[in-house]
Design a protein around this ligand. Structure first.
Ligand code: CP
Ligand code: NVA
Length: 329
């Protein structure tokens, strides 16, 4: 059956079928190829979108802005609004829905992005919540398609680190949907929510995916891609001491990459990353805890197996695909 995503929200990959996710990935490859050739799109001409951020961003904001402008849309980045202070989510959604054709939200609660969708009457895109980061997963899978010689359903993806965070959750969901072999390697304290894991294991039984959660570093064996994220996500900045203690043995370093026994393994990271001391937080952590690198060593981050900047670029093409598919002509 032909895929039609017009008018749909993009709140979590749970809401999408494998065919729909593959459609978005194919569209993203197509849009990337067109951009490379200098072919301009205009499928969003005459449309306006608004971007709402409770948390900071570089890639997601820029991808929505450039993606929308590439397709002819107008973009409003809403800073210093009444949102959440003088005006409720419901009222804000009703106002924005009268003016805009699509709304992007990044913030804390998944409930907020769901309420924006419920009350605005226009497509709402999740640019990251505490629970999920679905647009990131599209870019990650697109990057795997570009750099691994196998189809996704033959790939083993291993997430190493804080597996109960938005990235751990969303990668597990995406992998379960697309029939991949997914392993989260994390200390027990940071395993994903049991209910979600069971749900994805059950889905995997239908799609051919396997979902494994382990605290054993040997879980990386046979990986086609090793994925890391920060040990402390946005909004949890008081947790550095606790997380360093839990995750210091789960750093992605050359030894762990070797442990995959796959010379073609690639390294992925959603970014930003603490791989050196060139950030103010990185310096603070070094002064307090003596760590020069956290979730990944500078050596791995800068190595030829690291595809993190292709992955960052792919945020643009995949986010553009989500917008074109949901509100494009
Ligand atoms: N990966 C990602 O979401 O990056 P930003 O926080 O810079 O948007
Ligand atoms: N888990 C990270 C992802 C950043 C893109 C965070 O939420 O801060």
């Amino acid at each position: 059956m032909a895929v039609n995503l017009k008018g749909r929200n993009f709140l979590t990959l749970k809401d999408f079928t494998p065919d729909e996710i593959n459609y978005l990935l194919n569209l993203a490859h197509d849009l990337k190829a067109k951009k490379r050739l200098g072919i301009k799109g205009n499928s969003m001409a005459g449309k306006n979108i608004v971007l709402l951020f409770e948390k900071t961003s570089t890639r997601t904001r820029c991808a929505f802005e450039v993606g929308a402008m590439d397709e002819g849309a107008g973009v409003t980045f809403l800073a210093n609004s009444q949102f959440g202070k003088k005006e409720s989510v419901e009222d804000t959604a009703k106002v924005l829905g009268r003016m805009f054709d699509g709304i992007e939200f990044r913030g804390f609660k998944q409930e907020t992005v769901e309420d924006l969708a419920k009350y605005s009457g226009v497509p709402v895109w999740n640019g990251l919540t505490d629970l999920y980061h679905p647009t990131q997963v599209l870019a990650d899978f697109m990057t795997m398609q570009e750099h691994t010689a196998k189809p996704l359903n033959k790939c083993k993806l291993v997430f190493v680190g804080d597996a109960r965070n938005n990235m751990g959750n969303s990668l597990m969901i995406g992998a379960a949907k697309l029939g991949m072999d997914f392993t989260a390697v994390a200390p027990k304290e940071l395993w994903p929510n049991e209910e979600l894991t069971k749900e994805m294991q059950a889905l995997g039984a239908e799609t051919g995916a396997t979902i494994t959660i382990t605290d054993d570093l040997d879980g990386v064996k046979g990986a086609d891609a090793i994925y890391a994220d920060v040990w402390v996500s946005m909004g949890e900045e008081d947790k550095f001491a606790e997380r360093i203690d839990l995750l210091k043995d789960y750093q992605v370093n050359a030894e762990l990459m070797k442990r995959t026994e796959n010379p073609d393994v690639i390294f992925l990271h959603c970014l930003p990353s603490f791989h050196d001391l060139n950030t103010s937080i990185g310096k603070e952590v070094y002064e307090k805890f003596g760590l020069k690198e956290m979730e990944v060593t500078d050596e791995v981050f800068r190595s030829s197996c690291s595809k993190v900047f292709d992955e960052a670029e792919n945020r643009l093409h995949t986010i553009k695909a989500v917008m074109v598919a949901t509100i494009g002509a």
